[in-house]
Design a protein around this ligand. Structure first.
Ligand SMILES: Nc1ncnc2c1ncn2[C@@H]1O[C@H](COP(=O)(O)OP(=O)(O)O)[C@@H](O)[C@H]1O
Ligand SMILES: [Mg+2]
Length: 237
């Protein structure tokens, strides 16, 4: 199969929650394309539709209208595209990063990463080795056997990143990944994402309302009231 030109293509995406009088249009006619290896930010105030955009792209929230194409495969076209195995697409193509407290509390750092590998058919021993390798590469070699409660915010977020990356996904979706971190740790997470976008050739879409975190992105989109308003190339990066 040809290599897809875009890792993410979103065309006129609309999401309406509820019906009738209580209907809320969370996204209206949003369009965006992200190439492999690009690090793209979505900036906007609370309630503007950022998480909705991410979860529609992430195949966990069904669009009402419009098109979503992931790595060349149409996954939604006015609702889910017929015959698409959403679970499999999610598992094979997508990695999610949420805020740090999203780790499983009763598993160690290493086991948290292993979970992502084992659902992708790695044997337990392979998963064990690869999880350790990934965590070491994120400077967490001394934390393999620690539970999330023993990790600092920055460390826990790096474990969450290792988990999202374990399967080398084409598309990484991050929802406010730096929200729970101080400025320095937030910046380190961004530097790491940038490096990964380049090395793994992943498309990384980061949602944030933190204007301090915009350095390093290739492109920045502003969202307000469910509309993608403006796009600019980041002159600071
Ligand atoms: N499950 C839902 N049911 C109804 N309304 C929702 C739901 N999720 C989000 N919304 C509404 O959609 C709008 C956009 O929300 P969201 O995508 O979470 O924005 P953001 O992530 O930018 O804060 C808001 O008005 C929010 O209240
Ligand atoms: Mg949100």
């Amino acid at each position: 199969m040809d290599k897809a030109m875009y890792a993410i293509e979103v065309e006129n995406l609309t999401k309406i929650y509820g019906k009738g009088d209580s209907a809320v249009t969370a996204l209206a006619d949003a369009s965006i394309q992200v190439k492999p290896g690009e690090l793209v930010a979505i900036l906007g105030p609370s309630g503007s539709g950022k998480t909705t955009l991410l979860t529609c792209i992430g195949l966990i929230n069904e669009p009402t209208h419009g098109k979503v194409v992931i790595d060349g495969t149409t996954v939604a076209d006015g609702g889910w595209h017929g015959g698409i195995d959403l679970k499999r697409m999610r598992r094979e193509k997508l990695g999610f990063i949420f805020q740090a407290h999203n780790l499983i509390p009763f598993l160690t750092a290493r086991e948290n990463v292993m979970v992502a590998l084992e659902i992708n058919n790695f044997s337990r021993n392979e998963a064990k080795a690869r999880a350790a390798e990934l965590l070491v590469s994120l400077n967490l070699g001394h934390r393999l056997n620690n539970y999330p409660s023993a990790l600092s915010g920055g460390e826990a977020q790096r474990v969450a990143i290792a988990r999202a990356l374990a399967n080398k996904p084409k598309v990484i979706l991050a929802d406010e990944p730096t929200a729970a971190l101080d400025t320095e740790n937030g910046r380190n997470v961004m530097i790491l994402l940038k490096k990964l976008a380049m090395e793994n050739h992943s498309a990384i879409l980061v949602v944030t309302h933190d204007h301090r975190m915009v350095e390093g992105f290739d492109r920045i989109f502003h969202v307000s009231d469910g509309r993608i308003d403006t796009e600019k190339y980041n002159s600071e990066s």
